[in-house]
Design a protein. Structure first.
Length: 113
C-alpha cells in the first residue's frame, strides 16, 4: 500500500512541476542537509529578490515527504483518513495548484535514486 501512495504522490508532484517549470535545487548527503537547505534558501532570497524562493517548512526529505514539499502540503500522518485527505490534496494541487516557488530548495534523505 505504501508504494501506491508513494507513486501517486510522485506523479502529482511531477504534474505540478511540469505545469509550473520551477527550478529545483536538491541538497543531499549524510549530515547537515536541513541546515544547508536553510542557508541556501536564505542566501538565495537575499541575492535574488525578484524570484520566489520556496522550501519545505518541515524536514520533508523522504520519498513521501519530497512530493509533499513540492506540492506545498504542510502535514501528513500515516493514518487511513489522513492518507486519503493527503492524496486528495495532492491531486488537487497537482492539477490546479498555484506556483508557490519559482525556485525550490529541497533536501533528499533517501537511500536510493
Amino acid at each position: 500500500m505504501k508504494q501506491l501512495v508513494v507513486k501517486f504522490l510522485a506523479r502529482c508532484a511531477r504534474l505540478y512541476l511540469r505545469r509550473h517549470k520551477s527550478y529545483l535545487i536538491g541538497i543531499t548527503g549524510s549530515v547537515g542537509k536541513t541546515t544547508c537547505r536553510t542557508i541556501v534558501t536564505q542566501v538565495m532570497k537575499q541575492l535574488l529578490p525578484d524570484f520566489t524562493i520556496d522550501t519545505s517548512t518541515k524536514n520533508f526529505n523522504s520519498e513521501i515527504g519530497l512530493s509533499l514539499a513540492v506540492l506545498g502540503i504542510q502535514s501528513y500522518t500515516p493514518t487511513v483518513i489522513s492518507t486519503l485527505r493527503t492524496l486528495t490534496q495532492a491531486l488537487w494541487f497537482g492539477i490546479f495548484g498555484t506556483n508557490h516557488g519559482e525556485v525550490m530548495v529541497l533536501e533528499y534523505g533517501i537511500d536510493h535514486p
